[in-house]
Design a protein around this ligand. Structure first.
Ligand code: PEP
Length: 252
């Protein structure tokens, strides 16, 4: 069983006052061998301060996207090296909101993930189908294509994390059923083992999509679910910590 990773994605939420949430989470999690890894991906403006707030604790801090280049004339963008220098250990790439609203393709996502790895960050690479794709029975075909494209050039299975996030479950309160989650996660595991051999077994595959304190106990024990990527429920320390405790209880 892989050590679980509970990752929060604050998206475009959070001002300085919300650093108290980071402090509260940092103070409550522990470093025991059975505890899950815990990560908060905060807006870039808060990253350096969040990293300071988490110092000395087991809490890790991450970014939410990065450019595929290290530097250059890319107004408004942020590079993986910048995130790393500000205190990030991880970065989300290919979140569906980036793919949909910013036109990020599988090829771009793969280049972002490589740039993250080259800058010493662990990319969390997101994949997931739309509702139309699911209802027309194309989920696994879509997932296979996204995996092939988004992992292009990534040779080290230990260098990245995957997150399966069905688009229709993100921020909607609609959660995929345990059977739907298990089917995709098992498929992703087989894909990874086909590509990376035994090392593919150790890649963490997170589930994301309306994961909350009320459903974590049902979702986190599903086979090949190695943690969660959590949006809305990561904004309140109590909710996020409740999910962390559920993950902790599974490994005790
Ligand atoms: C996400 O943004 O990755 C996500 C899963 O959001 P939510 O938990 O709010 O559905």
């Amino acid at each position: 069983m892989n050590r679980k990773l509970i990752a929060g994605n604050w998206k475009m939420n959070g001002l300085r006052a919300d650093l108290q949430t980071v402090r509260d989470v940092a103070a409550a999690i522990n470093k025991t061998a059975t505890a899950p890894d815990v990560l908060l991906c905060v807006p870039a403006t808060l990253l350096a301060q969040a990293a300071v707030a988490a110092e000395g604790s087991a809490l890790k801090i991450g970014g939410q996207t990065c450019h595929l280049q290290v530097k250059g004339a890319y107004t408004g963008d942020i590079s993986a090296q910048m995130l790393q220098e500000a205190g990030a250990t991880h970065v989300i790439v290919g979140h569906s909101e980036r793919r949909t609203l910013h036109g990020e393709t599988d090829e771009i996502v793969a280049a972002q993930a490589l740039s993250a790895i080259n800058s010493g960050l662990t990319p969390i690479i997101c994949i997931g189908e739309t509702l139309d794709e699911r209802t027309s029975g194309e989920t696994l075909k879509v997932i296979e294509k996204q995996l092939g494209g988004s992992l292009s050039g990534l040779t080290d299975a230990a260098a990245f994390v995957l997150a399966y996030e069905p688009l229709w479950a993100i921020g909607t309160g609609k959660v995929a059923t345990p059977d739907q989650i298990a089917e995709v996660h098992d498929f992703v595991r087989r894909f990874l083992m086909g590509r990376y051999g035994q090392a593919g077994d150790a890649v963490r595959i997170l589930y994301g999509g309306s994961l909350n304190p009320g459903n974590a106990a049902e979702i986190l024990p599903i086979s090949n679910v190695d943690g969660g990527l959590i949006g809305g429920a990561s904004l309140k320390a109590a909710d996020f910590l409740s999910i962390c405790m559920t993950a902790c209880a599974l490994t005790e």
